[in-house]
Ligand binder design. Structure first.
Ligand SMILES: [Ca+2]
Ligand SMILES: [Ca+2]
Length: 291
């Protein structure tokens, strides 16, 4: 698989979306956490268009909505394609009325909308093989209600590809262990099956890094980190095949202020690597990636 790089333009996208969210303002919700799309080398993205990053600037995908995330995926027995998440409404802190598209990377770059419904207000997408069957599955962060819980909240859904190359709902989780800031799929155990990794709000008012494993009916907890006053994910665990994925996070607590630490899942908890928490260049290896 070719190496993937984040476009510089992705940073502009994040900035624009953050400003849009801040201007709209809804103090009851946590700040929206939109991570930059990670596109194949040679592609760039702005708010409404994905195109080749060359003199021709050939468009692959255009929309009147806002492109809020994109990642590559390989549906079973099909070529690698691009999953593109759009939202029609950025007027509140959570993007609303989302659509998910599958875009061919090969010319003429055909695209089609997949079945996940707009009213779930998807705002982040990631890809990984949660059940270890060799086929990639799709995870979507939602801002939605349930039949039993009318209040809007961040929830987490898993979809798989059917024989037509569309998605069907595999698991619609009404909540994780705690309210979450961000959640995505990544292999943090090194077995090539993806875990659910999340930054959540703890009972003590702080934030912690968590991991869950698929158990065929849903997810069960693998472990979590210490709780810090604040936590920001800088680099996510890489989901590529290889050794155990590590996370680079910026944390704050009342004693030491803000600092970056590397966390690795072992013995049912996220531990600092090295144990004293000091960051060295050897820790920033292929086991982390730009989220
Ligand atoms: Ca799978
Ligand atoms: Ca794994």
């Amino acid at each position: 698989m070719q190496p993937y790089v984040a476009s510089i333009r992705a940073g502009l996208l994040v900035f624009a979306l953050t400003v849009a969210a801040a201007m709209s303002g809804d103090a009851r919700l946590p700040r929206v956490m939109i991570v930059p799309p990670v596109l194949p080398a040679g592609l760039s993205v702005d708010l409404h268009t994905i195109c080749t990053h060359d003199a021709n600037r050939t468009p692959l995908f255009c929309t009147e909505d806002f492109i809020i995330d994109a990642c590559t995926v390989r549906p079973p027995e099909r070529n690698t394609a691009l999953l593109v998440l759009t939202a029609a409404d950025l007027s509140r802190t959570q993007p609303r009325r989302s659509s998910l598209y599958l875009v061919d990377l090969a010319f003429p770059h055909a695209s089609r909308r997949l079945s996940p419904e707009q009213y779930y207000n998807f705002w982040d997408v990631s890809v990984g093989d949660v059940d270890g069957d060799g086929a990639e599955d799709v995870a979507l962060c939602t801002f939605s209600r349930t039949a039993l819980t009318p209040r809007y909240a961040r929830r987490f859904f898993i979809y798989s590809f059917d024989e037509h190359g569309d998605l069907y709902a595999r698991w619609r989780g009404s909540r994780l262990c705690r309210p979450y800031e961000t959640a995505f799929l990544a292999d943090v155990t090194g077995d090539e099956a993806a875990e659910l990794v999340s930054v959540e709000y703890g009972l003590g008012g702080g934030m912690l890094l968590c991991a869950y494993e698929w158990n065929q009916f849903g997810f069960w907890g693998l472990g979590h980190s210490d709780e810090f006053a604040r936590m920001r994910l800088v680099r996510a665990p890489a989901s590529a095949r290889g050794p155990k994925g590590r996370a680079l996070v910026e944390v704050e607590d009342g004693l030491a202020g803000a600092r970056c630490v590397v966390l690795e899942l072992a013995d049912a908890a996220w531990h600092r690597v090295p144990p004293d928490g000091l960051l060295c260049s050897a820790d920033m290896d292929s086991r982390t990636s730009t989220p």
